[in-house]
Design a binder for this molecule. Structure first.
Ligand SMILES: Cc1cc2nc3c(=O)[nH]c(=O)nc-3n(C[C@H](O)[C@H](O)[C@H](O)COP(=O)(O)O)c2cc1C
Length: 281
C-alpha cells in the first residue's frame, strides 16, 4: 500500500521533507491556462472539517511543464500530476505533454459535467494520447459510484482516485456565506464515511487499483479504507494541521495491525466487503 498526498493539500517545493515522507507526490491540479483562483475568502473552518474555494489556482501547463516539473523531479519522489480542464480536448492536450509521471484526471473541475458519460469521454480522449498510468479522480456526488467506476474503467482508466470534496456552505455570525463564492468543497473527517462508501461501491464494480481518500487522519482510517477496497491511500486536509502525518500514520498502521492480531495490511484488504458478502449469503 502506498501513502500519497491528496492533490492540492501539499506544496512539495515549500515542504520537500513532507513530500519525501510519502511514497509518491501528487501535484495540484494543472489547467491549460494560468488561473489566479477565486477572490478571498477562500477557506472556512467548520465543526468537522474545512471548506475551500481555491478555484484551481495554478501557473498553467506551460509554466508547470517548463519550471515546476523539473523542480519536482529533483525531489526524487515518484510524481503524479493532476490534470484539469474545461473540455475533453483540454485534458488530452495536457496529458500529451506529460512524460514519466502518473496522471490523475481531476474530473470535478468547475463547468465540467460529471455525468458518467462525460467523465468517460474525458478518460477516453486522454487514453488515446498517453500510455502513462491514468487515474480518474471522481467527486462523491455521483449517484451510482459502481456504474461510474465501470464506465471509467471501460474508457481506459488504469485506476480510480476517490473522493474529491463534497459541496458545502458555511455561514458567518451575520448568516452570510463565509466564502466569497458562497459554496466550496467540504473536506476533512466528516468525509470519511462518504469515502468508505464510494470505495466500497467501486471495489464491488471493478478490480482496478483505487486510491482512497477523504477525512483520513489516522492509521485506523487507512485500514478502514483498505478494508473497503482501497489499494492505496492519500492524506489531504490533515496535512495542513499536521505535516508529520505521513510518519505518524505509518506508525499507527503498524500498531493497529498488531491490535487486530494480523501481520500485514494485506490481511485487512477488502475484509469489509467479504464480511457483507458472507452475511448476504
Ligand atoms: C485546500 C484544498 C485544495 C484542493 N485542491 C485540489 C486540487 O487542486 N485537485 C483535486 O483533485 N483535489 C483537490 N482537493 C481535494 C483533495 O485532493 C481531496 O480529494 C479532498 O480534500 C478529500 O480528502 P481530505 O478529506 O483528506 O482532505 C483540494 C482540497 C483542499 C482542502
Amino acid at each position: 500500500m502506498l501513502l500519497l498526498n491528496a492533490s492540492g493539500c501539499l506544496d512539495a517545493l515549500t515542504a520537500p521533507d513532507v513530500a519525501r515522507s510519502l511514497d509518491a507526490f501528487v501535484s495540484k491540479t494543472i489547467t491549460p491556462e494560468p488561473r489566479q483562483g477565486n477572490a478571498p475568502v477562500r477557506i472556512a473552518e467548520t465543526d468537522l472539517g474545512m471548506l475551500n474555494a481555491i478555484g484551481l489556482a495554478n501557473p498553467g501547463r506551460e509554466v508547470f511543464v517548463r519550471d515546476t516539473l523539473p523542480a519536482l523531479r529533483a525531489l526524487g519522489v515518484p510524481l503524479w500530476v493532476s490534470v484539469g480542464g474545461f473540455s475533453a480536448e483540454e485534458y488530452a492536450e495536457t496529458c500529451a505533454q506529460l512524460d514519466d509521471v502518473t496522471i490523475e484526471l481531476n474530473l470535478s473541475c468547475p463547468n465540467v459535467d460529471e455525468a458518467p458519460e462525460s467523465a468517460a469521454e474525458i478518460v477516453r480522449a486522454c487514453r488515446k494520447v498517453t500510455a502513462n498510468p491514468l487515474y480518474a479522480k471522481v467527486s462523491p456526488h455521483s449517484w451510482d459510484m459502481g456504474e461510474l467506476a465501470r464506465a471509467l474503467e471501460a474508457a481506459g482508466a488504469d485506476g480510480l482516485s476517490m473522493v474529491n470534496t463534497l459541496r458545502g456552505i458555511a455561514l458567518d455570525a451575520r448568516l452570510r456565506p463565509t466564502l466569497a463564492r458562497g459554496s466550496g468543497g467540504y473536506s476533512g473527517p466528516a468525509l470519511k464515511p462518504v469515502a468508505l462508501a464510494a470505495v466500497y461501491a467501486a471495489r464491488r464494480a471493478t478490480s482496478v487499483p483505487i486510491i482512497g481518500m477523504g477525512g483520513v487522519t489516522s492509521g485506523r482510517d487507512v485500514l478502514e479504507l483498505v478494508a473497503c477496497g482501497a489499494t492505496h491511500v492519500a492524506l489531504g486536509t490533515v496535512l495542513f494541521a499536521d505535516p508529520d502525518a505521513p510518519t505518524r500514520v505509518r506508525a499507527e498502521i503498524a500498531s493497529e495491525l498488531a491490535l487486530l492480531g494480523v501481520e500485514s495490511i494485506d490481511d485487512v484488504r477488502d475484509v469489509a466487503l467479504d464480511s457483507v458478502a458472507k452475511v448476504a449469503n
